[in-house]
Design a protein around this ligand. Structure first.
Ligand code: SAH
Ligand code: SF4
Ligand code: F3S
Length: 462
């Protein structure tokens, strides 16, 4: 029998990409063929994100494109999985082209759902009805089993893999949809995580990134001991073959902070990289966001991180145009960016998400123009800082993990030996572009930096 062809597209965060990898692994094991283009596929799956309206709009336009495909191939099965599936449920199922809707908690059932849909033309939906209710033991076990089918490393980036440390979130920042689509926070058993990392290392993984919405609050009780992220980092770094360990994202809090920073300082394999969103520099706005810190406390953590790990590279997230944000509030975000000296900052325009506290209680009163201006201004302030920090790398030798061919043409496309342009990353998450043999993908190499830009370093292999 001809193998059914599946195409999976991911529209979301790292957590979402990890789910895509797991789903890919599950389909491959079930005998399906995974393909890169949706035009020739029998099954198209879209893994979706609800964090901002824009993320959802992109999915709807993709579904629109699939209409034509479905006309020419009426047998095509289209499935929507991930956070939008959980948020919109039957609304999505009613869309012309959609056959399957499957939420993040039901993901272990996706292969069966697709099998049932093939040839039957019946629409199928599985989402969690009460998403804030704790999963049953059986559901948790199904998710754990599904998690463990994934052990081949991230296929798109050789040598690297994401590993989930925690599911869900309990923080309820007022703007955020994640707790409503990913459910309550739960830490995975430390042993399951370490076993998974061992299998990944056996398959050639050298860098693991531990994932959690607030990964620094990881806590797992086993016997008399409570394992925290620092313990996980230490155990992961000891796995044979694992050379770098990273973690994202950290919530600004004192708890475990010093311990985690000390682990970073003491263990060479733990990358000197911290992604810790601030969201705003205004204490009034932080309070309205239900973030449990002031800008002063946030900066205190940044100072502590730099005292313990002097060459740490820090990234942050900001939201501009949160309801009632005045020019003065915004300038406090500008000040915070200047003081924090991030390597990189991600800036988002506030997008009201249906059902969240800020959407229900606060008017989206900052006009699009102002949001855009603040976004551009904050990014410009950050760009100057990134530029200055990048320049410090000039003429230095850096160790990088090579990812593969560079998608964007940068300097010279090929050097005199005909080597193409490759891209890799430093432990601090700097992108490095250089010419080298493609076989280097998935391996470490050393590059001398010859040119810098705010977010990218350019260099030559040594
Ligand atoms: N768990 C992570 C962030 C997850 S969402 C954390 O707490 O740090 C990633 C980023 O998207 C957030 O840091 C925030 O900056 C942004 N974001 C989340 N909800 C948003 C919304 N409704 N509008 C605009 N940006 C949002
Ligand atoms: Fe959303 Fe806040 Fe949880 Fe991050 S910590 S996922 S921003 S609710
Ligand atoms: Fe990630 Fe978007 Fe869901 S940020 S957890 S895919 S809402």
């Amino acid at each position: 029998m001809r193998k059914q062809k599946v195409h999976i597209k991911s529209f979301g965060c790292q957590m979402n990409k990890l789910d895509t990898e797991m789903v890919t692994a599950a389909f491959a094991r079930a005998g399906f063929e995974l393909i890169d283009s949706y035009e020739d596929s029998d099954i198209v799956l879209i893994n979706t994100c609800s964090v901002r309206e824009h993320a959802e709009t992109k999915v709807f336009s993709h579904l629109g494109r699939l209409k034509h495909l479905k006309k020419s191939n009426p047998e095509l099965v289209v499935g929507v999985i991930g956070c939008m599936a959980q948020r919109l449920g039957s609304e999505l199922l009613n869309h012309d082209v959609v056959d399957i809707v499957c939420g993040p908690a039901q993901i272990p059932q996706i292969v069966d759902m697709v099998r049932e849909a093939i040839g039957t033309k019946q629409k199928k939906i599985r989402v969690k009805e009460k998403i804030r209710e704790k999963n049953s033991d059986a559901e948790t076990q199904a998710l754990e089993n599904f998690e463990s089918v994934y052990d081949k490393g991230d296929k798109r980036i050789p040598g690297q893999a994401f590993v989930r440390a925690m599911r869900g979130c309990n923080n309820f920042c007022t703007y955020c949809i994640v707790p409503y689509v990913r459910g309550p926070e739960i830490s995975r058993p430390h042993q399951a995580i370490i076993d998974q990392i061992k299998r990944l290392a056996d398959e050639g993984t050298k860098l693991v990134t531990l994932l959690g919405q607030t990964v620094n609050s990881y806590e797992y009780k086993a016997g008399d001991k409570t394992y925290c992220l620092a313990d996980l980092l230490e155990m992961a770094s000891e796995v044979d073959g694992i050379e770098w360990v990273r973690f994202v994202t950290s919530y600004p809090t004192q708890k475990y902070f010093e311990q985690i920073m000390n682990t970073m300082a003491d263990i060479e394999n733990v990358c000197n990289y911290l992604h810790m969103p601030a969201q705003s520099g205004s204490d009034r706005i932080l309070k309205a966001m239900n973030r449990h810190y002031t800008s002063g406390e946030y900066l205190g953590l940044i100072d502590k991180a730099r005292t313990i790990v002097p060459d740490i590279s820090i990234a942050g997230d900001f939201i501009v145009g949160f309801p009632s944000e005045t020019e003065e509030d915004f300038q406090q975000s500008v000040e915070l960016v200047k003081k924090a000296q991030y390597r990189n900052a991600f800036v988002f325009k506030y997008s009201p998400r249906p059902g969240t506290t800020s959407e229900k209680r606060l008017a989206d009163d900052i006009d699009a123009e102002t949001k855009k201006r603040r976004n551009v201004e904050l990014l410009a302030v950050q760009e100057k800082i990134s530029e200055k920090l990048s320049e410090e790398f000039l003429n230095k030798k850096v160790k990088i993990l090579v990812e593969g061919l560079s998608k964007k043409p940068h300097l010279n496309k090929a050097d005199h030996q005909g080597n193409p342009q490759l891209i890799g990353r430093t432990a601090e998450d700097y992108i490095v572009v250089f010419n080298g043999p493609t076989e280097l993908a998935g391996n470490f190499t050393t590059v001398k930096i010859t040119k810098t830009s705010p977010l990218t370093l350019f260099g030559e292999m040594i």
